[in-house]
Design a protein. Sequence first.
Lengths: 268, 377
Amino acid sequence: MSRTTSSNDAGRETVIKVRDLVVGFGDKIIMNGLNLDVFRGEVLGFVGGSGMGKSVLMRTILGLVPKRAGKIEVFGRDLDTLTEAEEHAVHRRFGVMFQQGALFSGLTVKQNVQAPMREYLDISQRLMDELALLKIELVGLRPDAADKFPSELSGGMIKRAALARALALDPDLVFLDEPTSGLDPIGAADFDELIQTLQHTLGLTVFMVTHDLDSLYAICDRIAALADRKVIAAGPMETMLASEHPWLRAYFHGKRGRMISPPQASAG
Amino acid sequence: MSAEPQFSSERAGDAVRLALRGAWTIDAGRAVERAADGLVEAARGARLAVFDFSGVDRLDTAGAWLIDRARVSIEATGAQNRIDRAESQYKTLLQEAGWRAFESHPDRRTDTVMDFLVDVGHNVVYAGRDIAKGVSFLGESVVALTRAILRPHDFRATSIFYHLENFALRSVPIILLINFLVGGIVAQQGIFQLRYFGAETFAVDLIGILILRELGVLLTSIMIAGRTGSAITAEVGSMKMREEIDALKVMGVSPMQALVAPRLIALIVALPLLTFLANMAAIGGGLLVSWVYGGLSPEAFMSRLQTAIGFNTFMVGMIKAPFMALVIGIIAAMEGMAVHGSAESLGRQVTASVVKSIFMVIVIDGLFAMFFAAIDY
Ligand SMILES: Nc1ncnc2c1ncn2[C@@H]1O[C@H](COP(=O)(O)OP(=O)(O)OP(=O)(O)O)[C@@H](O)[C@H]1O
Ligand SMILES: [Mg+2]
């Protein structure tokens, strides 16, 4: 069975708590009895094969996909019991980066970053402009990208712009769906570094779906693995490496896994 | 919740100590901006400004940015400055989200008169290009259609039937309904107005000729331009947006062949059929109103109709239908192909498609009217 942590695992506060979650489309069950905890201030790497339902889980936590059964708590609040105003307040603390970017095609990058600010904040236009440009620069885009439309961006630039938008409100909880896929290795490393810096300075909690073993080693405090419609293992990298589950063995000890493994020993 | 962003300043000779308190975060909105502006104010004239972070509960990138912006403004007055008692993560944040100059993009000058003239100029050029593009698109479609006819086995018949169902079958109820109503209205007005001259029976001539020659095909075309033209533009446009058209091209499939031709063929088949149904529905409406309102029995209506119209009256309407279909289809596909990137452009193009095709339908109807008058058909 997956480990079911009490909310006081190592005395830490759970930011996301998922219990016995069932999600399906039509007669296809994607998740059945899934349990997951994400603790405050950690970067959780979420792995699983393509089409296993990582994005669906993220969307379910965000309230975009209806669940069949189970309970989801975010910041200690049961999402089913929230009023509209409370839900608004909870969403204010989210930053979300979708797998495809989901930038608004009719807005420039800068306007995209400002969109959540306009929705939630009362600040001057000057500060809004400055903050948008700051975020754009933080994610490693050149300033001239600010006035481009999403259709004029490269794949990697779309990822960065989407991250800038996710960070617009200095959220407490960030959902990232494969943030580094489609980036060059240097860019991906910068990306990891940025997320880590933000996590340290802002106390960010990060839920990150990723296939990038480098990211998993470099910045994830814990890893959760999805297979057989459940979280089959959750814990630090050592737990993953020690797991006997065939999928995890193939994932972390396969050809690609081995290539990454050695430096981990020294990096610790 | 955490306290408002505040600070207190303490002067000691030339030096000022700015003790920051509370949560310097974006949630405070304008309060944090005001507080940051206050910092600059408080340090005016000082030779040394010390930022004391010991009372800061929370700091985020926006707060760090504003504080650092204030610090730089103070520095610009020639004062020294120092950060004091800041926790390490605040220091990192001040560094990461520190002030930096962004080259300002000067707002484009707006000159209403000039802009208007520029707009007019653009529109004239675009209108000219539109016509040229339309003609070239027509050529491409004809090539695609001929190829479809010459090599029918290359062509997926299922796709045509699918579109036929969508364009024709599903439009039948609404087209029957509006034409039935319009037929009835024409009959009522005809009878009502002609009654003054004691010429009520001529209302049947009016109904027959007006509907068969003009109204049936016109109403059907306008309905299809709105219903099907917009759908084609939206379909082709969103495929263009998501690079599906490009994917087709690299597979060596011509989008004209795969997307446009089946839709055009389906439209060209559908519109005459729908026009025929529209004509029948309108005449049915006319018959019913003549009977109920004008007291003209159905037999009398029919025999009067027989003398009033000829086969050519019927054909005039039907001949126009495929041309209307071609125009609607080509405009719709062309506008779809003109979609770029954004969802906004998709919306714009769909609107343009409907407006242009309705306009062209009416223009073509006028041209046909002149043509038929000239050949005395
Ligand atoms: N709206 C939907 N309707 C029906 N099935 C869906 C829907 N969304 C996702 N699925 C199915 O749910 C499964 C999980 O999809 P999901 O997008 O979560 O995969 P993933 O784990 O994120 O994969 P990847 O790593 O490739 O992004 C897939 O089998 C997919 O076909
Ligand atoms: Mg996914």
